[in-house]
Ligand binder design. Structure first.
Ligand code: B1M
Length: 212
């Protein structure tokens, strides 16, 4: 199995070619996709965040690292497929209004899709009105919201309020997640569940819909 240090370094530097090569090397030498994610890619993004907080790197470098991580994720996307193509439920997912972070949301989408859910991804900066509009249009089982900024978390509450106002809150389950989000916050704003990471999001989605 590969030591994932070189992969982390390449992601921190935003060196897409080396990072892709290291990801492939790790896959070829038997590292699981989960191991590569947890110990290579996410570790690197945490370090990027730490360096950003200390003023050691800036937004363009964060963007480059984010792009690098997304390119690496493409190499093992298919490994998350469970092989069950019957939909376990329809999920409308998006990063909330004012927030442009999408890696975690994409990871959640990828894993949920792999686990057999149908995903409608609204992208980033999704307003409460847009979530409501999509709920009317496709009648999903779950509305899933991601936020990475403490300043955009309130948009989750506003979206739940908007679902209530539109009379559709009772027809969908609401799941929230993202680094600053907590289980306590989910309960406070009346979400049905909170997913601390992409794997747990899949388990929670199955649990709230009562599917296996
Ligand atoms: Co920004 N950023 N960023 N950033 N960024 C953070 C989040 C920050 C913690 C960095 C720091 O200061 N240490 C900080 C937020 C502080 C706070 O509010 N608490 C921050 C800031 C301040 C900013 C800007 C304001 C910077 C500026 O402009 N001055 C700005 C805001 C822009 C905006 O959104 N309006 C900004 C911009 C950016 C980039 C655009 C450059 C880029 C994002 C590119 C992109 O996503 N395409 C970026 C990045 C890359 C980061 C860090 C370094 C990495 C985020 C990431 O992708 N992590 C981040 C620091 C960090 O997180 N360590 C940081 C990897 C990803 C897999 O993890 O998204 O947490 P995460 O997802 C996890 C879980 O949270 C969970 O599952 C995933 C793991 O399995 N999860 C869910 C996520 N969503 C879920 C939904 C669910 C369930 C689980 O159910 C629905």
């Amino acid at each position: 199995m590969s030591d994932l240090k070189a992969l982390s370094e390449a992601v921190i530097k935003g060196d897409i070619n080396s990072a892709r090569a290291e990801t492939q090397k790790a896959l070829d030498s038997g590292n699981s996709a989960q191991d590569i994610l947890d110990n290579g890619l996410i570790t690197a993004m945490d370090e990027v965040g730490r360096r950003f907080s200390k003023g050691l790197l800036f937004v363009p470098q964060m963007l480059r690292s984010a792009k690098t991580m997304q390119e690496c994720m493409k190499l093992f996307e298919s490994l998350f497929q469970e092989g069950d193509i019957t939909s376990k439920g329809k999920v409308v997912i998006g990063t909330v209004k004012g927030d442009l972070h999408d890696i975690g949301k994409n990871l959640v989408s990828m894993m949920m899709e792999g686990a057999g859910f149908s995903i409608v991804d609204l992208g980033v900066d999704v307003s409460p009105e847009r979530f409501v509009e999509k709920v009317h249009e496709i009648e999903p089982d779950i509305v899933a919201m991601s936020a990475l900024l403490s300043t955009t978390m309130p948009s989750m509450r506003l979206t739940i309020e908007a679902l209530k106002q539109a009379g559709v809150r009772g027809k969908v389950k609401v799941m929230i997640g993202g680094a600053p989000v907590t289980d306590k916050y989910a309960r406070e704003i009346g979400a049905d569940c909170y997913g601390p990471d992409a794997g747990s999001a899949v388990a929670k989605a199955k649990e709230i819909l009562g599917v296996s």
